[in-house]
Structures are given as C-alpha cells and as structure tokens.
Design a protein around this ligand. Structure first.
Ligand SMILES: C[S@@+](CC[C@H](N)C(=O)[O-])C[C@H]1O[C@@H](n2cnc3c(N)ncnc32)[C@H](O)[C@@H]1O
Length: 280
C-alpha cells in the first residue's frame, strides 16, 4: 500500500476543510493543504486507504462516523508546554489569585477552567503554581476543570506522564524534582496530589456545552486563533455567561484579543490583557 500523496482534487480538499470547520470549528484554506499529508497519514494507514485522496473521498461522501472524528482530531494542533508564555502565570501569582482569594474568602471555593487544555500542561501549571505559592489554601475547595476535543491529548493529560523534553519545557529542575516521580522508563509522572486537583473531560467548544459550574477563572489560550470570527464571537458570548461575576477573569492566548466585544472590559496587567465582565 502506498502512502504517496496522489494529487487530490482541490474541490475535495475544500469539501474536507468545510467538514472540519463545521464539526470542530477549525477554519482552513488551500494554503494549509500540506496538513493533509502531514496529519492524516496515521488515519490512512490504520484504515488501509490506498492514499490520502481515497481517505478524503471517503470522508466527504459518507455520513460522519468514527473515521471522521479521527481525521478531525488529527487536524488539531496540540502544541503546548508548562507555564507557556510565562506572563499570565506571573499575573496569576502576583495579582489575579491574591485578588480572587480575597473576594472568595467567605466561601473558600474557586472554580477554574482550562478550556482546550491539550495534554494537560496548562492545568497542571496552575495546580503547581497554587501549591508552590499559596500552600495555605490547601483547605480550600479549588477545582480545576480541563477540557479538550482531542481524546489522545486527554488520555496523556489524564496519565500525568511526560517525557524529559516535555517537563523541561517550562519547569525548573527543582520543580521537576518536587512535583514528579521519575519512572523506570525515564518518563516523569506528576504527583497524585496535583493530579487529583484536575478533572479532565472531552468537550467540543463548538457543540453544546455540558452543564458546568460558573468559573472564577477561565483560560482559553491558543485555540480561538483557529476559528473564524463568527465562531469566536459565539464562544466569547458563551464564556461571558460561564464567568461567575465581574471579579472573575478570562485569559486568552498572547496573540488573541476580543477588542470587538463590548461586553468585556479589558484589564491591563504588565502589558498583557485579561478580560472581565463589564456590568451594565
Ligand atoms: C494549541 S493547543 C492549546 C493548548 C493550551 N491551551 C496552550 O495554550 O498551551 C489547542 C488545543 O485546542 C484543541 N481544540 C481544537 N478545536 C477544538 C474544539 N472545537 N473544541 C475543543 N478543543 C479544541 C486542540 O485539540 C488542542 O489541544
């Protein structure tokens, strides 16, 4: 069986890309054709399609099923790291958490959502930050929800196991030593206590959202960039109603902004923007 890329009809590529956008929100155009070759080979091999063109033909002519979801998932970008773009974590440590802890001191409860958490580095970074800098909050009920569409990413996140390169990206040697156990195969497993602070769940941001608590802090970083304006606007509207109140924070990725949405107020901390509900 050959994995050679037979020339694929442009119309088939466009039809496949619109299926991707309709089902998971990721907007792709013909300039991203190379992703078909680089991302779909495992699906071609696993299901014994003759080549990528045959897989695409199958996908666009059959009702949505398991192979479609595998292909959609393969088109996602799961790039992430611990403490990615350090500034938001600095803002959490110096300003956002101290402020939230002050405001929630009566209930001693905090709900945090890492939306599009990929393989778990983002929610675990929050758990590590909390334990390192706010150990006195051990008696609080702090729940970190982490969701993603990718089953593979969630499986890895749930295992809490990372290789050496992954833990080195964003963590110091001291942090690795303190928060991970080295396994016989050289990988690193996060401490069970940190693991238990995070609940992972599969969720597609562009389909119906499950019933969730209101959140004091939402991180939705580096996922909106893949969606079109309309999808972004819809998600931001839903996020608005998912934030507890005007003291809750929304953190987006460093290249993402919602200047166009008048229902949010921008909070500038250390030259980075965060968002809160504007109360009318
Ligand atoms: C680049 S990663 C960002 C990970 C992390 N938030 C960060 O900033 O490092 C983007 C994640 O968005 C997820 N994703 C893409 N489309 C999605 C959708 N429709 N619903 C939920 N997650 C989605 C991907 O599976 C991927 O793990």
């Amino acid at each position: 069986m050959s994995l050679e890329m037979n020339p694929i009809d442009e119309a088939d590529i466009e039809s496949f890309f619109s299926l991707v956008e309709k089902n998971i929100g990721i907007a792709l155009d013909l300039s991203k054709t190379y992703l078909i070759q680089s991302r779909l080979s495992s699906v071609v091999t696993e299901h014994r399609f003759t080549n990528h063109a045959a897989l695409l033909r199958f996908l666009i002519t059959n009702p949505i099923g398991v192979i479609h979801w595998q292909a959609f998932e393969a088109m996602t970008t799961n790039e992430t790291s611990f403490y990615r773009d350090s500034s938001p974590f600095e803002a959490l440590r110096t300003t956002i958490f101290p402020e939230l802890f002050q405001k929630r001191r009566e209930t001693r409860e905090l709900n945090i959502w890492s939306a599009a958490s990929s393989a778990g580095q983002e929610p675990y970074s929050i758990a590590i930050l909390l334990r390192e800098h706010f150990p006195e909050l051990i008696a609080w009920n702090i729940r970190i929800f982490a969701t993603d569409i990718s089953e593979q990413a969630l499986e890895k996140a749930g295992s809490g196991i990372y290789n050496h390169t992954e833990v080195q990206r964003g963590l110091t040697e001291a942090q690795i030593e303190r928060h991970f156990k080295k396994l016989p195969n050289g990988h690193y497993e996060i401490n069970p206590e940190l693991r238990s602070m995070v609940q992972f769940k599969q969720m597609n941001l562009i389909q119906d959202w499950p019933l969730m608590p209101k959140f004091d802090l939402i991180l939705m970083r580096n996922v909106l960039i893949y969606f079109n304006q309309n999808t972004k606007a819809k998600i931001l509207k839903r996020l608005y109603s998912q934030l507890s109140d005007a003291s809750s924070y929304l953190i987006l990725g460093s290249s993402e902004s919602i200047l166009f949405d008048q229902t949010y107020q921008i909070v500038q901390l250390d030259r980075v923007s965060y968002y809160q509900k504007k109360i009318h």
